[in-house]
Design a protein around this ligand. Structure first.
Ligand SMILES: C[S@@+](CC[C@H](N)C(=O)[O-])C[C@H]1O[C@@H](n2cnc3c(N)ncnc32)[C@H](O)[C@@H]1O
Length: 265
């Protein structure tokens, strides 16, 4: 069995109901909790606890946390620059499509910057992760009113961006953003392991970039390892990022005519 839903031991009726509901939505079995998680024999187990949703994998647990979003928002509040925000040229009122939502840290920062007049939609291909982040964005209290509101405003879509992008009209978002798992990780931390066990490993393609460019009014932004060959493969126009940083952002200017897309002489 690949994936099942259960609860913690001695669950309350509302947790059991929530687990049943999630199982229905995900189209996977609900199993009443009796013994250990391992005894369920599934690769991924979505566990409904009193406090939160947890995905248990052989490589460790995965649950919602806003990661670096709070320190990044605090530094933006102090007037300091955020490389992603600059790479996106993000402004109040912008509409952002985050094609690799993950646990949503980048989307939270973007949502805080674009504010109430803006819009952030996050697409996550692993259905269990989409549920974990959806619940976390709605329920987690970051003890910061502006950030809490920014989290609650993010719209979560459980889909593969390669299938979702073609359903959108031209110029539907100002910025289309990708932060796939790095092909060669900068540093494989313990926290990344369950992610890799669950995450979609498919590399970005030029076809996906072409769709993203069509959907973007201003720019497509791709986060990758500094010096990654991915930038050239995807045909980005510009690469930005701190010289000392191990991370860089590739930018495709959506307003510029696509290379090879025009009529020849
Ligand atoms: C590195 S994480 C993103 C982290 C995120 N930017 C953050 O700040 O938390 C990449 C995520 O993209 C998801 N993903 C990978 N390929 C995808 C695809 N084709 N469509 C949608 N999501 C995808 C993975 O499942 C994973 O959760």
């Amino acid at each position: 069995m690949d994936a099942v839903v259960t609860t913690s031991r001695r669950a309350r009726p509302e947790e059991i109901e929530r687990a049943r509901d999630l199982a229905r939505r995900l189209g996977i079995p609900y199993i009443a909790r009796e013994g250990s998680i391992e005894a369920l024999g599934a690769k991924a187990v979505l566990v409904v606890t009193k406090e939160r949703l947890v995905v248990e994998t052989a490589a460790g647990p995965l649950f919602f946390h806003p990661g670096m979003a709070r320190p990044r928002i605090r530094s933006l509040e102090r007037g300091e620059a955020d490389v992603m925000v600059e790479a996106m040229q993000l402004r109040r009122g912008d509409h952002v499509l985050d094609c690799t939502l993950g646990l949503g840290a980048d989307a939270i920062v973007a949502s805080w910057v674009v504010g109430e007049e803006g819009r952030v939609v996050g697409v996550e291909a692993v259905p269990m992760l989409a549920e974990v982040v959806r619940a976390g964005l709605l329920e987690y209290d970051p003890q910061h009113p502006g950030m809490r509101a920014a989290m609650r405003r993010i719209e979560v879509v459980a889909a593969d961006h390669a299938e979702y992008l073609p359903t959108l009209p031209d110029g539907a978002f100002d910025v289309v953003y990708f932060d796939p798992l790095f092909r060669e990780p900068v540093r494989e931390t313990v926290h990344m392991r369950p992610w890799r066990a669950l995450g979609v490993g498919r590399p970005l393609t030029r076809e996906v970039m072409a769709e993203a460019r069509r959907v973007a009014r201003r720019r497509v932004v791709v986060k990758e390892r500094q010096g990654s060959p991915v930038f050239e493969e995807l045909g980005v126009d510009e690469i930005v990022g701190g010289r000392k940083s191990r991370i860089a952002y590739g930018i495709i200017d959506a307003a510029r005519p696509a290379a090879g897309g025009g009529e020849g002489p």
